[in-house]
Design a protein around this ligand. Structure first.
Ligand code: TYD
Ligand code: MG
Length: 458
């Protein structure tokens, strides 16, 4: 065994490091996620990577730091610029995560094309696809000029050498899970490889002032595969989400050192690449029937991300003794419970009715905050009341029919406002934290009956 190598165990979910193998990770409580990896014992922190130790830094007085207005590079894709906080900051590290096939490579190739057109030299490094495959994709997107260079490489030292020689202004790494560092013996995609690779890229970015986009794959749980540390190391984390079968894609910043994290960008996948959707609210409501009963928009937080969805319900008289109930995209038992509450506490006769509840667009949501939406959709269908398109509702419903508090009400309201809604029905308990919000009407309700009487008045 080499002297300067040691064996450690890493949790592949969260990056927890341990000297011994463990069945359950103390960090994230996941089972059976520890994998043996060999790491070199010598430190790989930036203070030890080639810099002379005598070159000490002196502290500077904050007041004396001059800030020349930070120049941001526009990507000419408005939706992306907005999510980035106004464009690409020089020397920043941007992580783009998302499911396979969602369009990460397509988006970044389009960014490369736009930047090359603006005269910025761009290097696209792919560890997943051959040059021919990239060319085929590029042909669908449009014409490219000579400012864009391609490289198929997975060895980070070779990549560093190319970057130092070619001095591009923007670099794209597709994807971090395919990259490897020679000093580390574990397989590409493992925790220590991903961490070390990101570390090297960060040194390149900060040292040479190059902006680097890193593509990261996503696990079943929706996190960037590999360690969470990856998210801590980069400046900006963007997630690409959406149903693969539907055309729309949402790009969302979950972390941004240079801008707000509440921005979303909406894109549509066409045969010629991703097209920006300028008016997100119109697009999200696209296909939502207006002037029909049994439909309302609700809001669910997915992790830190608020997502608006249309909830549809169809209630009709049952022809059999036992009514038929189905729930697509949400919890079947929860739907039954809510219908029981409506029956008992509001006095709507549903016991002899079939009910079908559907979350439109193929999204799956189980957060209790959509309870109010489901209940209102059921009432709307049952009583044949049309709920206006501009109304959104969220709130958990308790067994007494009370509308209970949900977390992050402010973010949900902000999301509704951003997507162009005019009215939000929400729990009374949120009044203390929200009060009045400019540009949107907030209807606070204590009981499910209050919400129902509000929609009946419309
Ligand atoms: P891709 O960018 O390869 O996804 P990722 O890098 O996130 O894995 O996207 C591939 C999908 O997008 C694939 O299913 C084909 C589709 N697509 C289009 O519909 N139109 C296009 O112009 C392009 C380039 C891809
Ligand atoms: Mg790809």
């Amino acid at each position: 065994m080499l002297k300067n190598k040691k064996i450690v165990y890493f949790c592949q979910e969260c990056g927890y490091e341990s000297a011994k193998w463990m069945g359950q990770c103390p960090g994230c409580r996941a089972w059976n996620t520890f994998v043996e990896e060999t790491v070199s014992a010598k430190k790989t922190t930036s203070s030890n990577t080639g810099k002379a130790p005598e070159k000490r830094q002196e502290p500077v007085i904050l007041k004396e730091i001059s800030l020349s207005e930070e120049e941001r590079q526009t990507t000419k894709i408005g939706e992306l610029d907005r999510v980035l906080g106004g464009g690409i900051v020089p020397g920043s590290l941007v992580l783009v995560g998302g499911d396979p096939g969602i369009g990460k490579s397509t988006l970044l190739l389009q960014v490369c094309r736009n930047l090359a057109e603006l005269g910025v030299s761009v290097l696209y490094i792919s560890g997943e696809e051959s040059l021919r495959q990239i060319k085929l994709r590029a042909n669908r997107i449009g014409t490219f000029n000579e400012k864009l260079m391609l490289l198929c490489e997975t060895n980070l030292e070779a990549i560093r050498e190319v970057i130092e020689r070619k001095k591009p202004e923007i670099v794209v790494i597709d994807s971090i899970q395919t990259m490897f560092h020679e000093d580390i013996s574990s397989a590409p995609g493992s925790v220590s490889q991903v961490r070390e690779s990101t570390n090297v890229l960060m040194q390149i970015a900060k040292g040479m002032g190059i902006s680097i986009f890193i593509v990261g794959h996503v696990t079943k749980e929706g996190n960037v595969a590999g360690p969470r540390v990856l998210e801590h190391m980069v400046d900006t984390v963007l997630y690409f989400e959406g149903d693969r079968h539907a055309a729309y894609r949402i790009l969302r910043a979950v972390k941004n050192r240079f801008g707000s994290t509440n921005e979303i960008g909406v894109f549509e996948m066409r045969s010629t690449g991703l097209e920006e959707v300028k008016n997100a609210s119109e697009f999200m409501l696209n296909g939502k029937p207006s002037d029909t009963s049994g439909s309302i928009v609700a809001c669910s937080m997915e992790g830190t991300r608020p997502i608006l969805v249309e909830i549809q319900a169809l209630v009709c008289q049952s022809n059999f003794g036992i009514p038929r109930r189905t729930a697509v995209g949400t919890d079947f038992n929860r739907v039954n419970l809510l219908m029981a509450v409506l029956e008992k506490k509001v006095g709507i006769h549903l016991a002899s009715c079939d009910a079908y509840v559907n979350i439109a667009g193929g999204m799956k949501m189980t957060e209790p905050a959509i309870d109010l939406g489901i209940s209102l959709a059921v009432v709307s269908s049952c009583k044949d009341i049309v709920i206006p398109d501009s109304v959104m509702a969220f709130g958990e419903i308790g067994l007494s029919g009370e509308v209970r508090a949900v977390s992050m009400a402010g973010q949900r309201v902000a999301e509704a406002r951003k997507l162009g809604f005019q009215t939000v029905i929400l729990p009374e308990v949120c009044r203390a934290s929200l009060g009045k919000v400019q540009g949107i009407d907030l209807v606070y309700v204590n009981w499910i009956q209050d919400a129902i009487s509000y929609i009946m008045k419309q």
